[in-house]
Design a protein around this ligand. Structure first.
Ligand code: SIN
Length: 485
């Protein structure tokens, strides 16, 4: 495979209980930049997913009984190996996912950072003592691992979405079964190879790759030995998985869709706002759930902002993620391009005006040059739907109250951004936005130390930060009685 130095990182089969599962049934992994087959991977299904859960259950007692320091030492090795192989892992990620190589390497560092962070945070799982209502009693609170954790993760961050969940789970003393997207299984399998090299025991970290989304999903959400289920993906699929989890009342965390507003007030540093909007919108070709979805600009700075933003967008370099200087890679598929262009067409039919891009790219069927649409209102399709592509609708507004109301007028509540300098406004708007994460004069908000997650139909639970560990721990209360002489 093109340019991968350590060929042992290329794994073509699921990793279950420390073994690589082989099968004659295989599915193809396609490079979205050129539609070529990158690899053919053994297709696991229901049986293998069940076997992975059983393996995770078997490995749980020994893993959960290790001290936090012992777990941290193994995780630290895993982190170091990921960083040592950052170039290879980045290249593999670009080949299967499409994002520019520099961005792919950035994702490896981002994913590894969760392993590093949680390895340390696992040492700080503190309990509590609570004053008891009677003298002969003591109340102690301890935190224990929830048990076997199952996850389903998407193609847009083939490394980091698994790392973010697995790191917290393993640090808490849980064992883990991951089902990555079959569009991007290679990054996940390379992580398993490095986990094995780090000495993470068999059964603690399992990866099942296969195309049977429904069958495998049912095992992961309904198996009685899975204690917790965690998902990153669309709100529509999240609702189905949540309903499946309800049958056995699993602990869940859901990181679902978004419709991020990006608000530029008239007291903002316009150049900084342009840079913030650019990075927040065009990261991963607009295919992240925290990507800016709607830009709101105050009317008296709308022209200045739009001109500068359009000039910056014109400088983006669209191409194969492995190409020199490429800043925007392909979208994941032709279907993804079609869906986004349909939203653009529908918005233009409702009165929006394309001022940049909008045509299919000569680079190939999965490419779409960045599109900017002005004259948009908050009711038009580009503002109502999660775009998940390199398209920016621009909406103008007059007052702070009006823009907060428009920003909040969505069923989603994941990320929001605004640029302003007035300190009173910063607090009013920051507190008024109904979103789990708000970037204030900042377009990139994701990092291992911060609690990532949303409100409303963007999901529940938090990933990363000290709060991220709580999702993998149960609180137990011990009531000690009969302590009188
Ligand atoms: C996502 O798109 O699901 C995650 C984005 C991030 O971690 O920044």
């Amino acid at each position: 495979m093109q340019g991968i130095k350590d060929s042992q990182l290329i794994k073509l089969a699921s990793y279950i209980d420390g073994n690589w599962f082989q099968s004659d049934n295989r599915f193809a992994v396609i490079n979205p930049a050129n539609q070529q087959v990158v690899a053919e991977v053994a297709d696991a299904g229901i049986e293998e997913t069940q076997a992975a859960v059983v393996a995770a259950k078997k490995a749980l007692p020994a893993w959960s009984k290790k001290s936090a320091n012992e777990r941290a030492a193994l995780m630290r090795k895993w982190f170091n190996l990921m960083m040592e192989h950052q170039d290879d892992l980045g290249r593999l990620l670009t080949l299967e996912q499409g994002k520019p190589l520099a961005e792919a390497k950035g994702e490896i560092a981002y994913g590894a950072a969760f392993i590093d962070w949680f390895a340390e945070e696992g040492k700080r799982v503190y309990g509590d003592t609570i004053p008891a209502p009677a003298n002969d009693k003591r109340i102690l609170v301890i935190k224990q691992p929830v048990g076997v954790v199952a996850s389903i993760t998407p193609w847009n961050f083939p490394n980091a979405m698994i790392a973010r969940k697995a790191a917290a789970a393993l640090a808490a003393g849980c064992t883990f079964v991951a089902r990555p997207s079959p569009l991007t299984p290679l990054s996940a399998l390379a992580m398993a190879e490095l986990a094995e090299r780090a000495g993470i025991p068999a059964g603690v970290f399992n990866i099942v790759v296969g195309e049977d989304a429904v069958g495998m999903g049912k095992v992961l959400t309904q198996h009685p030995d899975v204690a917790k289920f965690t998902f990153t993906g669309s709100t529509a699929v999240g609702k189905i998985l949540l309903a499946q989890c309800a049958t056995s009342v699993k602990k869940v965390s859901m990181e679902l869709g978004g419709n991020a507003p990006f608000i530029v007030f008239d007291d903002a540093d316009i150049d900084a706002a342009v840079q913030g909007a650019l990075i927040s919108k065009y990261r991963n070709a607009g295919q992240t759930c925290v990507c800016t979805n709607r830009i709101f600009v105050q009317r008296n700075v709308a022209e200045a902002f739009t001109q500068k933003f359009a000039a910056a967008v014109a400088n983006l370099n669209v191409g194969d993620g492995l190409g020199d200087g490429v800043t925007v890679g392909p979208m994941i598929s032709k279907t993804a391009v079609d869906n986004v262009l349909k939203l653009v067409d529908d918005t233009v039919s409702s009165g929006g005006t394309i001022i940049s891009g909008g045509q299919r790219s000569a680079l190939g069927e999965s490419f779409l040059a960045p599109v900017i649409v002005t004259g948009v209102t908050n009711e038009m399709p580009l503002a109502r739907n999660e775009i998940f592509g390199p398209v920016t609708p621009i909406i103008t507004f007059d007052s702070e109250d009006e823009v907060i109301a428009m920003a909040n007028d969505t069923e989603y509540g994941l990320a929001a951004y605004f640029y302003a300098r007035d300190i009173g406004r910063i607090f009013r708007v920051g507190e008024g936005l109904e979103f789990g994460m708000v970037g204030v004069n900042e377009g990139i908000i994701s990092n291992a130390a911060a609690p990532f997650g949303g409100v409303k139909q963007s999901g529940n639970g938090r990933e990363g930060s000290k709060y991220g560990l709580d999702d993998y721990l149960e609180i137990k209360y011990l009531c000690l009685g009969g302590l009188d002489k």
